[in-house]
Design a protein around this ligand. Structure first.
Ligand SMILES: Nc1ncnc2c1ncn2[C@@H]1O[C@H](COP(=O)(O)OP(=O)(O)OP(=O)(O)O)[C@@H](O)[C@H]1O
Ligand SMILES: O=C(O)[C@@H](O)C(=O)CO
Length: 424
């Protein structure tokens, strides 16, 4: 099948979120972890190819270089349209990497203009008059203000993006979007005439996303969250660029122990962890202790558990505890000791027979997936909007892996996840 859209995601949970929303169309989606090393066989290329990077908080030059290599791979695989996926809460450091990567992709592909559409109404993210809301709260008043790595203290996407790009940032607001695709197209052309190449687009509901997709599905480069991407397949099908085949990939049945590993400190993960600790054997990790003593005690705890019983190991903590750890260790070191420990634990769990992994947190998922040496994920059923089960091979054994974005899923997500696998 022809490659319709080459996608680059800035973290691993974001990549599975994107893959899940594209997969709702019934068209084949392939998710590759990092830039593939092997030579591509055209017959193995899916309609949607997603490359998961772990570059959300990397220095700008490192992130741009990685995205550049991902673009080269996608082009060689046959892509001529591209999607740059970042977080629905626009998570980035002050300098990037949303803008710099978009600019690089525009320069390389010759895209004269692109849109920025992080809205994901199904998960409560909407953009109105250029301001991002999480539920009913402005981004800067939501729990995202306390994120351990990318605290979001402004809600204006124009203000957030402007310092990240070289040219002016414009807005297509809800009044324009609500007039329909033709009006939005005209507005984008007018902005282009004024040399505005970066355009934030408002969206508060799925109808808005459909209008935006109708106006922009032919653009060389689109950027945003998974929800706008999820609207694109229907336009490709309508244009005759793709057709639904009856052939669906058979997904494996995965037997073996279950574990939840959480390095996310997001508000929803904190609630999910609190629920799940009451239900299964649980162990809390303290970054300050990990920095002094390593993960040995946690590995020992894991070995003493029954291999088949579900269990939870988490560093998830309230914002004041995160602050305390960061003051003692520094922000990056606090993050890395947790990611390293959870990666070691994931390895040990695999060696002890665990085959079903739920991982909470984008950075955490990146660290664990890389540590397990996973290079490709097949996309399975969605547990909650934007969180699918995925399947991969580790040492030639099948595992099931659900990578959960910090704020996705309901309070019983961990229980729901394992239940969903039983019924898949
Ligand atoms: N107790 C803690 N103290 C300090 N840092 C922590 C603690 N627990 C976890 N961390 C770090 O916080 C970061 C959380 O980021 P991560 O991307 O994994 O979660 P998230 O932001 O909730 O998820 P997403 O990006 O999918 O929304 C990780 O680097 C993790 O190692
Ligand atoms: O868009 C989102 O919110 C998620 O896919 C994500 O990127 C979280 O890391």
């Amino acid at each position: 099948m022809a490659l319709l859209l080459g996608c680059i995601a800035d973290d691993f949970t974001g990549a599975t979120d994107l893959a899940a929303l594209l997969a709702r169309s019934g068209l084949p989606v392939s998710l590759r972890i990092g830039i593939p090393q092997e030579k591509r066989d055209r017959s193995e290329i899916a309609a949607f190819e997603v490359i998961a990077l772990k570059c959300r908080t990397s220095p700008v030059d490192v992130a741009v270089k990685q995205a550049h290599r991902a673009l080269a791979w996608l082009r060689e695989a046959g892509a001529s349209r591209f999607f740059w996926k970042y977080c629905s809460t626009f998570d980035s450091t002050a300098e990037g990497n949303i803008g710099p990567i978009a600019e690089m992709l525009m320069a390389e592909t010759g895209a004269a203009q692109t849109i920025y559409c992080p809205a994901f109404p199904e998960n409560g993210r909407s953009v109105f008059m250029g301001h991002l809301f999480v539920g009913e709260q402005l981004l800067s008043e939501s729990p995202m203000k306390d994120h351990p790595l990318t605290p979001m203290r402004d809600s204006s996407l124009v203000r957030l993006l402007t310092p990240q790009v070289a040219s002016a940032v414009g807005l297509a607001n809800r009044n324009v979007v609500s007039k329909g695709a033709a009006a939005l197209k005209t507005h984008l052309e007018q902005l282009h005439g004024d040399d505005i190449r970066h355009v934030i687009v408002d969206a508060v509901c799925d109808d808005d996303l459909r209008t935006i997709a109708a106006a922009s599905f032919n653009m060389m480069l689109l950027t945003g969250g998974s929800a706008i991407a999820g609207q694109l397949p229907q336009f490709y099908i309508e244009q005759g660029l793709a057709s639904l085949s009856e052939h669906r990939q058979a997904l494996p049945k995965v037997a073996g122990g279950s574990i939840v590993l959480s390095g996310s400190c997001s508000a929803m993960t904190r609630r999910q962890v609190a629920r799940y600790t009451g239900k299964v054997a649980s162990l809390r990790l303290d970054p300050i202790v990990l920095a002094q003593e390593g993960a040995g005690a946690a590995l020992e705890w894991l070995r003493q558990q029954s291999p088949d019983a579900p269990k939870l190991i988490y560093a998830t903590a309230e914002p004041d505890e995160v602050r305390r750890a960061q003051e003692r260790l520094g922000r990056d070191k606090a993050g890395h000791v947790v990611e390293d420990a959870l990666s070691e634990i994931a390895h040990e769990a695999f060696d002890c027979g665990t085959r079903r992994f739920v991982v909470a947190g984008g950075e955490t998922s990146g660290a664990i997936t890389q540590a397990l040496g996973i290079t490709h994920l097949a996309i399975g059923p969605e547990i909650a909007p934007g969180v699918p089960w995925t399947f991969a091979a580790v040492d030639r054994r099948q595992i099931a892996l659900a990578l959960k974005s910090g704020n996705f899923g309901g309070e019983d997500f961990f229980t729901d996840a394992f239940d969903r696998l039983e019924t898949a």
